[in-house]
Design a protein around this ligand. Structure first.
Ligand SMILES: *Cc1c(COP(=O)(O)O)cnc(C)c1O
Length: 236
């Protein structure tokens, strides 16, 4: 098995090739290392390869692991990428710089409430449900429009909406995966046109198995776990 350092280099090379293939600017796709279920020692190893952007699914786990990472590598940034219960928001906004998995207006209300208490501005992405077999995300573009209207009414002054996130279906069928990512790109283009006062250019899509397809479809941020850290051990 490769080391984490070697894996990061391999992924970066693949990202570079995928950018070239779709005639996108070098460096237009950011790599996020998804460290859920992996120990702090693995996160340190990634940091030593100058990988400073991480994603975690569970707030509790992130709160146990990341304080020591921030201490040792202050340039580290953490995003929450898993579905978030409202009672976890208080802790989430303390350690994360972005919540990618915003899937309902009541979650925005809670983020606003908790961020106003600590006077922090939180970046968020709207998660859109684009695949039959997953459950997460806003169920339609229209629901995201409704949320953005509330931003226009200045309801969420401690939240900075930066773009969109999705998960493709778990399938080997490449055209299904393309379709899912394309759906997010088209949604983002439509919403950016409708809401020009916001800069909604982040497109978080693509994981270990499908990030090259996601880059072809316009991804600006790929979330890679297994291909960097190896298989997750869910017994932990
Ligand atoms: C776990 C997870 C990833 C990373 O998945 P891999 O297949 O291990 O790369 C990406 N995004 C989300 C939302 C995840 O939950």
């Amino acid at each position: 098995m490769n080391s984490i350092k070697e894996n990061i280099k391999i992924i970066q090379e693949k990202i570079f090739k995928a950018e070239e293939k779709s005639q996108r600017k070098t460096g237009s796709v950011k790599l996020m290392a998804v460290s859920k279920f992996h120990p702090v020692t693995s996160i340190f190893e990634a940091c030593e390869s100058s990988q400073f952007l991480f994603g975690e699914n569970r707030v509790q786990e992130a709160c146990l692991k990341f304080p020591s990472v921030f201490e040792k590598f202050p340039e580290t940034e953490l995003h929450i990428i898993g579905s978030l219960q409202s009672n976890k928001v208080k802790n989430a906004v303390k350690i994360a710089s972005c919540i990618q998995s915003v899937d309902r207006i009541s979650l925005l209300e809670e983020i606003e409430k908790q961020c106003s208490k600590i006077d922090k501005t939180m970046k968020i992405l709207f998660e859109l449900h684009t695949a039959e077999d997953s459950k997460s995300g806003f169920e339609s573009v229209q629901k995201i429009e409704e949320a953005l209207m509330l931003f226009c009414e200045k309801k969420f002054i401690h939240i900075n909406p930066c773009g969109f996130m999705t998960m493709a279906p778990f399938t080997q069928n490449k055209s299904e995966i393309h379709k899912s990512f394309e759906k997010l790109r088209l949604a983002s283009e439509k919403l950016q046109k409708e809401f020009p006062d916001f800069s909604l250019n982040e497109l978080s899509m693509g994981m270990s198995g499908d990030f090259e397809i996601a880059i072809e479809e316009g991804s600006t941020l790929v979330r890679v776990g297994t291909a960097i850290f190896g298989e997750r051990n869910y017994q932990n």
